[in-house]
Design a protein around this ligand. Sequence first.
Ligand SMILES: [Zn+2]
Length: 238
Amino acid sequence: MALGSKKTDLCVIVLALAAAPAMAADFPARHNHWRGGCAGVLSLDAGGAAFRQIRAKKQPHQWRWQWDDIQRLEIGGDGRVRVRTYRDSRVRLGRDVEYEFLLDGAPDLGPVYEILRPAAGARLAARLAAPGARLEWELPAKRIRKTGGVLGVLRVYEDRVVFAAEKPGESRTWPDPDIALLSSSGPLHLAVTPEGEQRSFEFQLRRSLAPERYERLWLRLESPRGLTLLNEGKVTAK
Ligand SMILES: [Zn+2]
């Protein structure tokens, strides 16, 4: 038994080392300034994010952010990446310093999302559709917003909920632990409130959602919290 587990440990280490070079992804990108911008390379990896300006004459823009430095990292299907740090802005008093980048050619960030996600947790916001392993059901939907709706498909996978929008950058991926609240006011409505966000994402369903599907998803998302409540109840009952 002991030998077996040591072997497994070794295998895991070897695999991790072999996979290490592929864990970082470099993208030619533009750093957006108040006016204009600069060109460089944005790196995204399991340890965080980094940017280095290229062809700079003096004092190039160059940063490295570990996860502890990042409040929120947003990656979009439209190639837009935003890094919000904990540093206060001197220009805009009290506001957190945010950096915005635009990746050349809007590459597919789906594989990068899967690399970042385990280390980043809920601070990683995906404005893209990263499909899970197994699709449970899908429904055509429209995200309702004050500034005009977005058409797409709502997909429920075994471990996540995805809104695949027709417009790049409007999609969303929420792994189960990132969903704070799921609600519905009827078979043609679904609302998702992500963890750490004040707002909820409201969806008008273009086809009826079967009540048992909604219930199953609701239970799946609530069960970790529900079990805790049940145990607390038992303790109180004593
Ligand atoms: Zn710059």
